[in-house]
Write a protein that binds this ligand. Structure first.
Ligand code: S3P
Length: 450
């Protein structure tokens, strides 16, 4: 529970060291557990969330050995010996920490086994809605229970003998879709998930890469995924860099005058490129050089940003980046509106309320309603960052809130020449950033030194 003081920074130059993608890391670990034999994964996220999934598959019988330490590339390389045939009942609860993705995906995985699994996490996880996975997994034939009538973790699951379902989740959620698909890989018949607003497709992409029997149909914004029972073959794969973390570097480089930063090999597949579209719409100077089918290198130069509207599919495609895009909006000229954003209230914290509080403390004119966040940017540094004060800010123990507020404080350096003393901010529970990006501040300091 450490507080961290963040002061104004300097222009950012050079290559940003971005961690491996968190969503992909969770899934590669799970697929390696399901595969009979040895799989190699390179560039895994070192965040606590992903480490919890690694520990969970070990508790279910997989072994994980380090391959090498590619410290420079910012990720772990591991050799995993998996095999669903050797899965064993976990002796202790699987503790998924702060990770909604970890808990919801593992719920789908353990629903395949006729042994008892108990899934727990931290205080935030125990507040987050679980009926969204309990309902479909129960319909598939698993027995699930939890607090508050089976709607909150801890979840207690005894699975096995599953049958495929045809299911349309009420809210757009890749975690729900993936949980059902992971269960469906061990269910009789066909499992179908219908999304009215398509979400990230990492689970589907893993199935496609590994040649598993999955079909996807896109119609407008909607997506239908069908899958049959299948065995997962072992694999060797690299994790691309995390667009949600790249967004912090991209926004910082856009709003800190005199910056020019390269971000290599970022995943920009369906459902994850929203932040880039929003920043380009705001007038950001970002050159995108395609690298692989779903990856690209970005070159970001500082630019004058203007307000925009983010809603519907674009909001879903930038769901995790709203806190840092809100900081971009605070530094932009004019109004930015995030609409259809109610799911942000069900993340690691109520992110609409957390952004409203944090940015207000910095002197930004910001308002939230049920599913809306409106920010009036003044085209420069927020007023309270120019007062030479120490501003206390709450992270709500949410990694993305702590990192977004840090970037807002760093960018106050734009007025270093005109203001005698700039403010610094003191963020509580700063260690929350370790859930997704241990070394976040160091990565920024390294860019300031170039
Ligand atoms: C994730 C899905 C998203 C996102 C989360 C990661 C995933 O949540 O917010 O950080 O890896 O499937 P939803 O389930 O709300 O789409």
């Amino acid at each position: 529970m450490t507080n961290k003081i963040i002061a104004a920074g300097k222009p950012l130059q050079g290559k940003a060291l971005i961690p491996g993608d968190k969503s992909v890391s969770h899934r590669m670990l799970i697929f390696a557990f399901l595969a009979e034999g040895k799989s190699e994964i390179r560039g895994l996220s070192r965040g606590d969330d992903v480490r919890r999934t690694a520990a969970a598959i070990q508790n279910l019988g997989a072994t994980i050995e380090p391959l090498s330490d590619d410290g420079a590339a910012g990720g772990d390389d591991v050799l995993i010996t998996g095999g669903i045939s050797g899965a064993k009942e976990p002796v202790y609860p699987l503790d998924m920490g702060n990770s909604g993705t970890g808990l919801r995906l593992m719920a789908g995985v353990v629903s395949r086994f006729d042994f008892l699994s108990i899934l727990i996490g931290d205080e935030s996880i125990h507040r987050r809605p679980m009926a969204r996975i309990v309902e479909p997994l129960s319909q598939m034939g698993a027995s699930l229970d939890g607090r508050a009538g089976g709607t909150l973790a801890p979840l207690v699951i005894r699975g096995g003998n599953l049958t495929g379902i045809d299911y349309a989740p009420k809210m757009p959620s890749a975690q729900v879709k993936s949980s059902i698909l992971l269960a469906g890989m061990g269910a009789k018949g066909v499992t179908v998930v219908r999304e009215h607003t398509a979400t990230r497709r990492h689970t589907e992409e893993m199935c496609q890469i590994l040649g598993l029997p999955i079909e996807t149909e896109v119609a407008g914004h909607s997506l239908k995924v069908s899958l049959r029972a299948c065995n997962v073959p072992p694999f060797k794969l690299n994790v691309p860099k995390d667009p949600s973390q790249a967004a912090f570097a991209a926004v910082a480089s856009s709003i800190v005058k005199g910056s020019e930063v390269e971000i290599e090999n970022v995943y920009l597949g369906p459902g994850r490129d929203g932040f880039l579209k929003v920043l380009l719409e705001m007038g950001a100077d970002i050159t995108v050089a395609k690298r692989g089918e779903n990856t690209a290198d970005l070159l970001v130069k500082s630019a004058k940003l203007r307000g925009t509207v983010v809603s519907g599919q674009l909001l879903a495609d930038s769901i995790d980046e709203v806190p840092i895009l809100a900081v971009a909006a605070a530094y932009a000229s004019g109004q930015t509106k995030f609409l259809d954003a109610s799911e942000l209230r069900a993340k690691e914290s109520d992110r609409l309320a957390a952004v409203e509080e944090g940015l207000s403390r910095l002197g930004v004119n910001v308002k939230t309603e049920a599913d809306t966040l409106v920010i009036e940017g003044n085209g420069g540094v927020p007023a309270n960052l120019l007062k030479g004060e120490r501003i206390p800010c709450r992270s709500f123990h949410d990694h993305r809130i702590a990192m977004a507020l840090s970037v807002a404080a760093i960018a106050a350096c734009n007025e270093a020449d005109s203001v005698k003393a700039l403010s610094e901010i003191e963020i509580d529970d700063f260690d929350a950033v370790d859930t997704s990006w241990p070394g976040f501040l160091e990565a920024f300091t390294a860019l300031e030194k170039n």
